[in-house]
Design a binder for this molecule. Structure first.
Ligand SMILES: Nc1nc2c(c(=O)[nH]1)N[C@H]1C(S)=C(S)[C@@H](COP(=O)(O)OP(=O)(O)OC[C@H]3O[C@@H](n4cnc5c(=O)[nH]c(N)nc54)[C@H](O)[C@@H]3O)O[C@H]1N2
Ligand SMILES: Nc1nc2c(c(=O)[nH]1)N[C@H]1C(S)=C(S)[C@@H](COP(=O)(O)OP(=O)(O)OC[C@H]3O[C@@H](n4cnc5c(=O)[nH]c(N)nc54)[C@H](O)[C@@H]3O)O[C@H]1N2
Ligand code: SF4
Ligand SMILES: [Mo]
Length: 697
């Protein structure tokens, strides 16, 4: 067969929730159809490389199961029985039900719910405009960045770091708590350049031997939730062996005798007992970063999805502040640049329209909230209606049994706007069909690099799909709101937001495809001081100062938090009854629950499975390929055992969010994860669950 010929190639941007936010070149075969998708070669961070799942995007955008018309439930909740209806009928019904519920129970009984299924700001965040104008319950965003961001800001005072393209100029790249080969492949592009061109050492720190670790010169496999112990022991060694940059610390940090005394008994032997690493490994790592000025610490999200994740992030970030790595090109630290965009989104999110001061509900606690937990409901009334966009909580949220029970409540009116019939959509009263990124306009940020990218509508949309922006506006008008912002197009909102933010005009951005937000190198490495009032990096965090001013809520007693960078032993401990620690690490071919519907990804990931150490498997007489059940007081889930070395004993790893129905029994992996909000201000602890495992019955 002849290869299809591209009519033209158009610049776009990957909309998915991945720090890389790749610039894409998309082949257009005809007005409705795309061909190949490639990474843009002229984008300095993407550098021509994208992940396989997006290279195969034609599978997703042209998937036969895409939703193309509004549906109304015609059988019992979750029965999968729906009848097509028109957009007018759907929107009229939603408006009527929302108004009735507001009249009966107050506006706070309605909880719009969204996340980052698209990273386009107009399509993602516009739901907040409707929420604000109506005074509906607010959403406290914790599910992804809740622990990582405060942990980083606790040190630097702001969320920004050295341009990750500079990893290519580093002599030692420390990839800590991120499986970049799976989750943000471009980190590897730049790190491996340093290795090839300069002989840089690559260090990977994880809780099992990941695909990323396979590329490392030094791989450290530690026990889950013990990174803080490793970090403080490294600092102990740096001070002990004269490898700390005391002049840098005196000028740029709050370092003092109290912190030095605190580190005195954080010895390698102490950390070895906690982390499971050998003393030699800890020494080797400390000496490597202590003797390599240009060491670049690429700190991921994964190690922060533990109850002590915020303190672990802060502790790891302290190491380059002690070595003074920030002073050197190719050195310093990076987690996210999300604090650097300086966007004025006030019209997009309707902050000026805010009605009243409604409660903030923690999105990670959706299970407890929908099943009537008074604390999670902030002592207020029940949630009676939801509209959900860009997220699939019936799969991705913790304590799945509660989430599903809550979403299936007969007295909850549930509207789900989706591209596919997800587990959440299946439980809806009304399902609305959504466009994909190539079918609407938006601009995109994700903290992994320095650019804001623009992605235009370039193919016609299938069936009756509508964009999030169109749905929010149409619903707002039906609900009687008449602010001008509800009468705009997506392009109007982008142009207005760029204008307010002092960005170039949209017409200009359309031609280049991006706005460069790279900061001067000296600023990015805090050469004139860190972002706290005294300009000093903090080894003694001021957590209060890291909080998002408007919405934060303490989830622990501040006095309980360690005074200095430390290991905080508060993870869910293994017990006799629950002897294993489970982490739900990312799969390569799925992105959260996205792509678990595409054939290429399904083929690559196979059946839902769990890695178990050969010694544990032998003790429990579990064979490779055998069906097992893992469980705890939150529920049970069935998977296939994969017996393999490369992880500590007592640890289980289940990669990826397979469809719930791919698991025997229909319960997904989040059945066993916890919705307990992590300190200091919430965040989901996806890699921190104690469980038992046994052969399935
Ligand atoms: N292919 C793919 N790509 C993705 C995603 C996906 O699901 N699949 N998800 C996207 C999203 S939303 C996000 S936020 C990013 C997240 O991307 P990452 O920053 O990579 O974070 P995680 O995916 O949570 O986990 C990364 C690694 O942390 C490890 N880990 C867990 N606990 C610990 C610990 O206590 N210590 C240490 N050192 N390591 C630990 C896990 O085993 C895993 O290998 O990736 C995005 N990209
Ligand atoms: N066990 C476990 N669970 C996890 C994690 C983990 O590591 N382990 N990671 C967590 C993390 S970091 C995150 S961020 C969450 C993310 O969880 P989700 O937000 O649910 O993840 P996504 O798969 O990115 O997107 C969800 C949905 O958005 C839809 N969507 C995409 N674009 C649009 C659009 O333009 N309009 C509409 N209406 N819908 C759209 C997609 O079809 C998809 O079904 O998952 C969390 N869940
Ligand atoms: S999912 Fe991540 S790595 Fe893949 S194309 Fe999108 S931004 Fe790039
Ligand atoms: Mo995330």
């Amino acid at each position: 067969m002849n290869k299809p010929v591209a009519l033209r190639t158009v610049r776009s941007v990957c909309p998915h929730d991945c720090p890389s936010a790749c610039a894409l070149d998309v082949d257009i075969l005809d007005d409705h159809t795309i061909g190949r998708v490639r990474g843009a070669k002229d984008d300095p961070y993407t550098a021509g490389v994208i992940c396989e799942k997006v290279a195969r995007y034609a599978e997703r955008v042209h998937h036969p199961d895409r939703l193309t018309q509004p549906l109304r439930r015609s059988g019992p909740k979750g029965s999968g029985q729906f009848t097509p209806i028109s957009w007018d009928e759907a929107l009229d019904e939603i408006a009527a039900r929302f108004n009735q519920i507001e009249a009966d129970h107050g506006a706070e009984a309605i909880w719009p719910y969204y996340y980052a299924g698209t990273m386009g700001h107009v399509q993602r965040d516009g739901i907040d405009r409707l929420r604000a104008a109506k005074g509906y319950s607010r959403q406290y965003d914790t599910i992804c960045t809740g622990t990582a961001w405060p942990g980083y800001i606790a040190g630097t005072g702001m969320l920004g770091g050295v341009n990750p393209e500079q990893m290519a100029e580093s002599d030692c790249v420390v990839i800590w708590g991120t499986n970049a080969v799976h989750t943000q492949v471009n980190v590897m592009t730049h790190a491996m350049r340093a290795k090839k061109e300069r002989g840089a050492k690559i260090v990977v720190i994880d809780i099992y031997q990941t695909a990323t670790m396979a590329q490392a010169d030094l791989g450290l496999v530690l026990r889950p939730g013990t990174d803080g112990a490793l970090a403080v022991a490294v600092m102990h060694i740096l001070l002990r062996d004269g490898l700390a940059d005391r002049a840098y610390m005196a000028k740029f940090t709050d370092f003092g005798p109290d912190f030095e005394a605190h580190l005195a008994d954080r010895t390698p032997a102490w950390a070895a007992a906690i982390t499971g690493l050998s003393i030699a490994e800890i020494n080797e790592f400390a000496h490597l970063v202590g003797t390599t000025p240009a060491s670049y610490f690429r700190l991921g999200y994964g190690f922060t999805r533990q109850r002590n994740g915020a303190t672990a992030m802060h502790a790891a970030l302290c190491i380059p502040a002690m070595t003074g790595a920030w002073q050197h090109r190719g050195g310093g630290a990076f987690h996210s640049n999300s604090g650097t965009w300086a966007l004025d989104k006030s019209r997009l999110t309707g902050s000026g329209l805010q009605k009243g001061d409604p409660r903030w509900l923690d999105m990670s606690e959706i299970g407890p909230i929908l099943t009537g937990n008074a604390k999670a409901l902030k002592q207020g009334g029940p949630v009676k209606a939801m509209i959900v966009q860009n997220t699939n909580p019936a799969s991705v949220a913790p304590e799945q049994a509660l989430v599903r029970r809550g979403l299936a409540r007969d007295d909850l009116f549930l509207v789900v706007h989706e591209q596919f019939m997800t587990e959440t959509a299946e439980l809806a009263d009304i399902v609305l069909p959504a466009t994909m990124f190539l079918e609407h306009n938006d601009y995109y940020t994700r903290g992994g690099h320095t650019r804001v990218l623009y992605g235009p509508a370039i193919i016609t949309r299938p069936g009756q799909t509508k964009s999030n922006h169109e749905v929010i506006n149409a619903l707002a008008l039906r609900l009687g709101l008449d602010d001008d912002t509800f009468k705009t197009t997506d392009r109007d909102v982008i142009a207005d937001t760029f204008h307010r933010s002092g960005y170039p005009a949209l017409e200009e951005v359309e031609t280049t495809g991006f706005v460069d937000r790279e900061r001067p190198d000296a600023t990015a490495r805090y050469a004139d001081g860190f972002d706290w009032p005294d300009k000093r990096f903090r080894f003694a965090p001021n957590w209060q100062g890291t909080a998002d001013k408007k919405s934060y809520q303490w989830t622990c007693d501040p006095a309980d938090m360690p005074r200095f960078a430390d290991h905080w032993a508060i993870t869910e401990a293994a017990t006799v009854e629950h002897p294993f620690r489970l982490a739900t690490s990312p799969a390569r071919a799925f992105l959260n629950s996205s792509f678990n519907e595409t054939p290429g990804s399904q083929k690559r990931e196979g059946v839902p499975s769990v890695f178990i150490h050969p010694d544990d498997a032998a003790r429990l007489a579990i064979a490779d390929g055998e069906f097992v059940t893992i469980g705890n007081r939150r529920g049970t889930v069935d998977l296939t055992a994969r017996v393999r070395p490369g992880l500590p004993t007592g640890v289980l790893i289940a990669e990826g969010l397979h469809q719930n129905k791919a698991h025997r029994g229909g319960r997904g992996i989040n059945t066993v994860t916890s919705a307990t909000p992590a300190p200091p201000f919430g965040g989901t602890v996806y890699h921190d669950a104690a469980v038992w495992i046994r052969k399935a019955e």
